[in-house]
Design a protein around this ligand. Sequence first.
Ligand code: FES
Length: 70
Amino acid sequence: MIICSCNVLSDLDVRSVVEAERTRSISHVYGCLCSPKCGRCARTVRRLIDEALGCARAQSCDGCGLSSPS
Ligand code: FES
């Protein structure tokens, strides 16, 4: 799904960068993909980062006794 109409970026583009770079920085994600223009997609990029790294954190915590992020 296209999440940035200015740069025609998809959610898969963002997820790929977040997983490769292990970054929570929106500016780092933009830097890898494009130059942000209007910024309307920033909230969606933030959500995708949180989802991607939240899932990775849950997987790495299997068996550690801590509750998984939801
Ligand atoms: S929608 Fe992403 S910069 Fe405009």
